[in-house]
Ligand binder design. Structure first.
Ligand SMILES: [Zn+2]
Ligand SMILES: [Zn+2]
Length: 133
């Protein structure tokens, strides 16, 4: 993936990529924790820079639901949406409701070249709704 994106392959980049692959929607702190299992000396700033580079290259997607810190995932380019639990903050992927990325076709694009539509569904996840009932 790194070579295809014309990025130099480094241990830090590999570690960050596989951390996000293993746990989609990870925030920066949990990516750092996972990466440090393999590279104990890696700095917060280094991981932050790698996340930024990989996101810029399109290998990672950054999402930031209201009230949440930024989270990263390796499922990119398909414009999928997210459902977020109001109670525990759990996040799950949701495909577009109709066919392939139809949400990119705005009713009026206002002259913008649109490349992403971000839809966030809010609700209560199944384990939170079980606990409260
Ligand atoms: Zn929940
Ligand atoms: Zn996702």
């Amino acid at each position: 993936m790194l070579r295809e994106a014309e990025l130099r392959v480094t241990r830090q980049r590999l570690a960050v990529l596989s951390a996000v692959h293993a746990r989609p929607h990870s925030d920066t702190d949990s990516v750092i924790r996972t990466v440090r299992q393999d590279l104990p000396e890696v700095s917060h700033q280094a991981v932050y820079d790698v996340l930024k580079a990989l996101t810029g290259a399109g290998l990672l997607r950054r999402i930031e639901p209201a009230g949440s810190v930024a989270r990263y995932e390796s499922r990119t380019g398909d414009n999928h949406h997210h459902v977020v639990c109001r109670s525990c903050g759990a996040i799950a992927d949701v495909d577009c409701a109709v066919g392939h990325t139809p949400c990119l076709t705005a009713s009026d694009d206002r002259g913008f070249a649109i490349d992403e539509a971000e839809v966030t569904y809010w609700g209560t996840c199944s384990s939170c709704s079980t606990t409260s009932s």
